[in-house]
Write a protein that binds this ligand. Structure first.
Ligand code: XMP
Length: 524
């Protein structure tokens, strides 16, 4: 394990991902984590991340400086370099303003960190404060034309760079990190998908015990499916999955997901067709947040009912488990991912996160369900890798994200059964054509939006007056920012003519050319 202490840089998670690409496990802890927590993970080395502060700020993130005296190898990145300099007796020169950009670094001393790297590399630099006087025993090992770029004290096993090797724009950044993790720290590259699957399955099996039961809500997406398959591998049919039709799924999705989950993944699935119940609650509602709230609450209500039935059934059959107070207990599987875990414990706190979307609002307190989160150590791309190793079909693993409130946030204005049917047809055309053009996997999302705007058209000799449909296609790394995708005109042309000809109720198609920010990906 490599521990990364997070001082609040937007790139901290990237460091962890890069290291995991070497099949070495890495953990991100807030910089305020007690040293005992860090050492409890038995790390081979520690990385101090970048961060937005200056070491002189009154509220500069406070890590225990004793972290510098553990004798474990240490790599400081950006703020990490200044932290090391400041706390080991050097001097950091404060700057008024930070500047980001490319820089050319000349390596003066090819120490172990720079082994195998060329004389000069182009890197992504964050010019802010700079170290002006090095702590005793340190030497400068690289510089840019105007500033210090790297320092080291090989005897103390401390290295630091002012630039960001974890960022893709940094040439040889990955090699540098590999030098640190593999060569200097001696971490073993044994964190492989097989290892993860095996240890997770064993852990879940031990957690749930020989007789315990678990329940999992499926959405048809990657995370919940992989989580379910892992738990199923551990406890077999003592896992029951619940899949709810909320009335705003895509065309034929309710049937298709059930078939895949049962036939291809062998899961025990209870499918609840609550479409009408959802749609009647949504009737007359036009406010986007109100739609989300209704769907969220309704989902919890439906899920609870089913979970309760499952628990009652176990009780009747005499196979239920009970806690010391005699309450029936079972496990709830959730597909929480590592970014959520880091986010909720980060120094910035959850308040600064941009995302405010959650599929499940939480379960009522009186439900005796204990959480299993088999994916809480993984990033999204790692979940896909695990899914592949589990032999899961690509149609699930490569599925584009689909929001919990489904088509409800893509039908602007009121949601009616008619409008849902119209959008389902249009959406199916978009998915088909994007797939046919071989673009589906490159796009973060591609979909249709139904506008409550009617326009005049002409079909044959007939005047038409029907809805407008917007096509949205974006590329993105994580959904936080996104660029509108320049879909080829030919693809747009086919999509447009197919929708207007095949989907009754739409007579005009427009293309959304807004990036995020300032737009959002969804229209509501
Ligand atoms: P926006 O529209 O905020 O979307 O740019 C960013 C990502 O989040 C998805 N999204 C949601 N997911 N419940 C969800 O589970 C929601 O209410 C929700 N709203 C947006 C969106 O599809 C995109 O991937």
């Amino acid at each position: 394990t490599i521990v990364i202490l997070d001082f609040g840089s937007q790139y901290t998670q990237l460091i962890a991902r890069r290291i995991r690409e070497f099949n070495v496990f890495s953990v991100v802890l807030p910089c305020t984590a007690p040293l005992s927590d860090v050492l409890a993970l038995n790390p081979k080395g520690i990385i101090l991340s970048g961060g937005p502060s200056s070491v002189y700020d009154a509220d500069a993130p406070a890590a225990d400086p004793k972290v510098l005296t553990t004798e474990l190898p240490i790599l400081g990145i950006c703020y990490g370099l200044q932290f090391i300099t400041h706390h080991l007796g050097g001097k950091v020169h404060p700057a008024d303003k930070r500047e980001y950009g490319h820089a050319r670094v000349q390596i003066a001393n090819h120490n172990r960190l720079f082994a195998g790297l060329p004389q000069e590399i182009n890197v992504w630099m964050s010019h802010g404060d700079s170290a002006v006087q090095l702590p005793e025993g340190f030497t400068q090992t690289a510089q840019t034309s105007s500033a210090l770029a790297s320092i080291a004290n090989e005897e103390k096993r401390i290295w630091a760079v002012q630039f960001h090797p974890e960022v893709n724009h940094s040439e040889k950044g990955s090699e540098l990190l590999r030098n640190f993790v593999i060569e200097i720290c001696g971490a073993k590259p044994d964190w492989t998908p097989e290892h993860f699957i095996q240890s997770t399955v064993e852990r879940v099996r031990a957690q749930v015990g020989p007789k315990g039961h678990a329940i999992c809500g499926l959405s048809g997406g990657v995370d919940s499916s992989v989580a379910a398959v892992l738990v199923h591998k551990a406890i077999g049919d003592r896992l029951t999955c619940i899949f709810v039709n909320n009335g705003v799924l895509r065309k034929e999705e309710f049937a298709k997901v059930q078939a895949t989950m049962r036939e291809k993944l062998g899961l025990k699935v209870i499918a609840v067709d609550a479409g009408e119940r959802f749609l009647s609650r949504l009737s007359g509602i036009t406010d986007p947040e109100a739609k989300r709230k209704i769907i969220g609450n309704e989902f919890i209500a439906v899920f609870d009912d089913e979970a309760e039935k499952i628990l009652k059934d176990l009780e009747t059959k005499g196979v239920a488990e009970h806690d010391a107070e005699g309450n029936e207990v079972a496990w709830l599987v959730q597909g929480t991912l590592y970014p959520d875990v880091i986010e909720s414990s980060s120094v910035k706190g959850p308040s600064q996160t941009i995302k405010s979307h959650h599929n499940v609002g939480g379960l009522p307190e009186n439900m005796k369900l204990k959480l299993i989160e088999p994916l809480r150590d993984l990033f999204k791309d790692e979940v896909r890798r695990i899914g592949r190793d589990l032999g899961m079909p690509e149609e699930i693993l490569e599925r584009q994200p689909f929001p919990g409130p489904g088509l409800a946030v893509r039908i602007l204005g009121e949601i009616t059964p008619d409008r849902v049917a119209i959008l389902q047809e249009a959406d199916a055309v978009v998915v088909e054509e994007v797939k046919a053009a071989g673009l589906y996997r490159q796009l973060w999302q591609s979909f249709a939006v139904l506008l409550p705007v009617k326009t005049v058209g002409v079909m044959g000799d007939q005047r038409t007056y029907a809805y407008t449909c917007a096509i949205r296609a974006v590329t993105s790394e994580d959904g936080m920012t996104a660029d509108w995708a320049p879909l080829p005109y030919e693809v747009l042309k086919t999509i447009s003519s197919r929708i207007v000809n095949e989907v009754r109720g739409i007579n005009r198609v427009v293309y959304d050319i807004t990036s995020k920010p300032p737009g959002t990906i969804e229209w509501e």
